[in-house]
Design a protein around this ligand. Structure first.
Ligand SMILES: [Zn+2]
Length: 267
């Protein structure tokens, strides 16, 4: 699923291409991703509004219009595409917004994403939007704040990293990457981490996410799908070679989520 670095770059690409564009028509091709509003209202309310900006918010993207915000959580397989010419929707297309410059298509193979059109700044009806922690890349998330927040969470450290109430923006893939970089096994209980390991974890979180952001920043909008993450060090590399020690990458699957780690590099 797209995580904070992908969403940050998607937001930048959409801002470059669409900010200042006015919505002319909205078409819902599959109502299953539309939440909290009737399909007809979703199609009508945004017409005539102008895109102001696009910003990532954890695993959501917020598209600011004049009176409304279009908020999308792409979940596992949601993607965005911009096209300048008209085309017929396919069965993975969920909705499209035609503007005076280009058409924004949201498509989603597994149809698990969620889209909301809410009055500007009112996110109270969006599932899982409030009650989240600060962004993993928020400058205000200092080491001290990180340590303090970490103390409130129990359980396996990988699950804590993925918990949006702890910090927002980290999902399954980058949690594995961060833990390899920090040298910590994903199954370790948070309470067993030493002070030095917590510092390593914080530094790894910032380093890995910043590095991924740099790699993605030159990519085209269509190249930001998770299947294009050719730069990952360990996630999705089960049975392959650990880039740090040359050993074999281990893999465990639980609740359909894959965890990859190195038994040599991670303690
Ligand atoms: Zn290794």
């Amino acid at each position: 699923m797209p995580e904070l670095p992908e969403l940050e770059v998607i937001a930048n690409r959409l801002t470059e291409r669409l900010s200042g564009s006015t919505v002319q028509t909205v078409k819902v091709h599959s109502h299953i991703v539309i939440h909290g509003i009737a399909t007809g209202e979703f199609e009508e309310r945004a017409v005539g509004e102008t895109f102001q900006s696009f910003r990532p918010d954890g695993k959501f993207i917020v598209m600011e219009l004049d009176e409304y915000d279009l908020v999308v959580n792409p979940m596992l397989t949601g993607r965005f595409r911009l096209l300048e010419t008209h085309r017929t929707p396919t069965k993975t297309d969920m909705f499209s917004l035609r503007t005076d410059t280009a058409t924004l298509w949201y498509y989603d193979r597994k149809r698990m994403g969620r889209a909301y059109l809410v009055p500007k700044g009112d996110y109270s009806n969006i599932a899982g939007f409030s009650e989240r922690g600060p962004s993993a890349l928020d400058p205000a998330l200092t080491l001290e704040v990180f340590k303090d927040r970490l103390r409130r969470h129990r359980g396996q450290i990988k699950n804590v990293l993925r918990n949006q109430r702890f910090v927002k923006g980290i999902g399954n893939a980058y949690a594995d990457e961060i833990l390899l970089y920090a040298g910590i096994l994903p199954f370790r209980r948070r309470s067993t981490l030493s002070d030095a390991e917590v510092v390593k974890l914080y530094e790894a979180m910032r380093t890995v996410l910043t590095r991924v952001l740099e790699i993605l920043s030159t990519r085209h909008l269509n190249e930001l799908g998770t299947e294009k993450r050719d730069f990952l060090m360990i996630h999705n590399r089960g049975g392959g070679m650990c880039p740090l020690c040359g050993g074999r990458v281990s893999e465990v699957t639980a609740n359909r989520f894959k965890t990859n780690y190195c038994q040599t590099c991670q303690k």
